[in-house]
Design a protein. Structure first.
Length: 122
């Protein structure tokens, strides 16, 4: 029959992983703020995984792709000098009025910097 898989035919190969760095699952409350302008609102979000080159955020606020954001620890407020800058590369609607944001870090973290960030924030 047309359209029926042949017996014994292998399934489609799994898509190749394109990420350069392993992701570390975390649950960290952060704030996100558009880097354009000083009076931009800071929005709460949660980092759900991080790698040397990027992170995934869960946020009630959508940041459009190609938006530069700064990300800092939630308890330290938006005026903290310790934050990461990232470019939003993907924004997808998630259940519960949330957005999943895929972000590429502007400055790639070294392995030591990644572990230090996790130690400080988790």
């Amino acid at each position: 029959m047309i359209g029926m898989p042949r017996p014994g035919a292998p399934d489609s190969p799994a898509p190749k992983e394109r990420r350069s760095w392993d992701r570390v699952p975390v649950q960290v409350g952060v704030f996100c703020q558009n880097t354009q302008g000083e009076d931009e609102l800071a929005w709460s979000a949660r980092v759900t995984d991080i790698s040397r080159g990027g992170m995934k955020l869960l946020s009630p606020h959508k940041f459009d792709p190609n938006t530069m954001i700064r990300i800092g620890k939630a308890e330290e407020a938006a005026d903290s000098s310790e934050f990461l800058e990232a470019l939003v590369v993907r924004a997808q609607r998630s259940p519960g009025e949330q957005w999943t944001l895929g972000c590429a870090l502007i400055k790639e973290l070294s392995e030591a910097e990644l572990h230090a960030w996790i130690d400080r924030n988790c």
